[in-house]
Design a protein around this ligand. Structure first.
Ligand code: 5GP
Length: 210
């Protein structure tokens, strides 16, 4: 069985990445698995342990790091966030494409560790639209909006380290494009090493008659 692809999905707060992910997972249940992260931040209203996140104390989280149980981790807004390694590995082995919805520092660490991981960044078409989306949510204070915009300015500095940039203008189109990108990435030559090795090996004997 072919091993799945590791997909890292990042984007500005307000980019719509959460909605795109949700739709992608609903529409392609047999293909994708979403990794559930561990975090030391407090649960928000309605969040359940083991569903949105595994909620941990700081010592518990540091124990996971010490025991090499995290594929990557980062500190963000004063809290730890990290990807538990075991689930990702076992789902990739089962042939599922595993999606990590993580911030940029973690994403770049994953790329360093696993160069064939596919990194996708999602953005609204412009900064004005980003600002309006945060404002129109109506749930954030002006202070929080200012923090998110400052965060976005930092995140924008590393967009070019991602493999793909998706402009979120239209949700349906974005979900379609994201799925196509992931599907096609299975056929990048560096993801077809086994087939290439088989072809080379089976063609060896024909070389003798050169
Ligand atoms: P929030 O607290 O809003 O749920 O998440 C804050 C940020 O942490 C988001 O950008 C989210 O994508 C990121 N994040 C969530 N899980 C992880 C993780 O496992 N590793 C890293 N590096 N970032 C994460």
């Amino acid at each position: 069985m072919k091993r799945g692809l590791l997909v890292v999905f990042s984007g500005f707060s307000g980019s719509g990445k959460g909605t795109i992910m949700k739709r992608l997972l609903e529409e392609h249940k047999d293909t994708y698995r979403l990794s559930i992260s561990a975090t030391t931040r407090a649960p928000r209203e309605g969040e359940r342990d083991g569903v949105e996140y595994f909620f941990k104390s700081i010592p518990e989280f540091e124990e996971l790091i010490k025991n090499n149980q995290m594929l990557e981790y980062a500190q963000y807004a004063g809290n730890y966030y990290g990807t538990p390694r075991a689930y990702v590995e076992s789902e990739l082995d089962k042939g599922h494409d595993v999606i990590l919805e993580i911030e940029t520092q973690g994403a770049l660490k994953v790329k360093e560790l696993i160069p064939e991981a596919l990194l996708i960044f999602v953005t609204p078409p412009s900064v004005n639209i980003l600002y309006d989306r945060l404002k129109n949510r109506g749930t954030e204070t002006d202070e929080v909006i200012a923090k998110r915009m400052a965060q976005a300015a930092n995140e924008a500095l590393v967009i070019e380290k991602y493999d793909y940039l998706i402009e979120n203008d239209n949700l349906d189109e974005c979900v379609k494009v994201t799925h196509e990108i992931i599907k096609n990435s299975h056929d990048l030559t560096y993801n077809r090493k086994e087939l290439i090795d088989n072809l080379k090996n089976d063609l060896k004997e024909y070389k003798k008659g050169e």
